[in-house]
Design a protein around this ligand. Sequence first.
Ligand code: PEP
Ligand code: MN
Length: 376
Amino acid sequence: MNFNNKDTFFSNLLAERGRPLVIAGPCSAESEQQVMQTAEALKKLNVHLFRAGIWKPRSRPNTFEGVGLQGLAWLARVKEELGMRVTTEVATGRHVEEALKQGIDVLWIGARTTVNPFAVQGIADALQGVQVPVMVKNPVNPDLALWIGAIERIYQAGITDLAAIHRGFSSYQKSKYRNAPVWQIPIELKARFQNLPVIVDPSHIGGTRDLIFPLSQRALDMGCDGVMIETHPNPAEALSDAEQQVTPAALADILDKLQVRKTNYDDAELVSRAEELRLKIDAADHDLIGALARRMALVEQIGEYKKQNNVQVLQLERWKEIFRTRADWAAEAGINTAFVEELYKLIHVESIRKQTAIMQAGNPGAKTDTNPGHVS
Ligand code: PEP
Ligand code: MN
């Protein structure tokens, strides 16, 4: 995919740099009055795009599933009377047709739709021959290929005015986030498609109002292009996502506080100091790789030793001891113990893989299974 970055909806908005792209509006359109009241307040904040969900994908039935078609007319009124551009979520080809009929400026595909290639293809088919900007949220599960696949389906329908929305990934594990941000996934997406704008949705990542500002700042610090923030005149009474919506006044504060940093060093002296530090970092990494190579050579020796003595690869007590002591060493050295634990999980997986290969080498007739068992 090759994203044109000239004269597209998103590139034109991004051209007014110095200010991230801001999309705001309620999770759901609830009434004409709520939509108009929110939009009027947001117009004063100069948000680029007004959002509201009309068809809401809810986890449980018998909850509020959106106002449906009538809500499109309210968005059309926002466009007509306030001159704002408007966007809504589409999940089927019929949604696309209805939204386009009402002149909705930008469409977005939600996380629960991106996850399903049949559904995305249905939307792509309805978009054939149409020119409308589309934003594709990541799938609920942390699967970059599935996210890219959905973007490709829309791209192949002829839509090149595209943006991605990072809204976090659901997980069973409890954390302070509603959906874990897993920043390396959007960063990898950015690295692969440099002209594809990436917008961050801190509302669905955070799930609570308090996290909206720090996540928005983080998004800008990661070089993302904008934010989508759910805004409601009376968040506590919202019919969906009440915990995470902010009032227009709170949004104004958040936008005010956001620091937009330079994308790069802008003078030669700054560049040369950064280069100096980078050289030192290179040297430290070189040492790290050397230490890893020494460790792996020792792992190989112990693998051979276990094989000669017919002792199984995994030694659970030793593994527990490694985990504990390395975490202690990390604490003593003043580095993040959780990070060192994660690192040792990786190192251990590799060391088990190497030893398993040694154990199984020359096993007559047996195919070796050294896969660490990770999903890839
Ligand atoms: C939304 O933006 O209101 C929404 C339903 O988002 P997601 O698809 O990210 O859950
Ligand atoms: Mn929502």
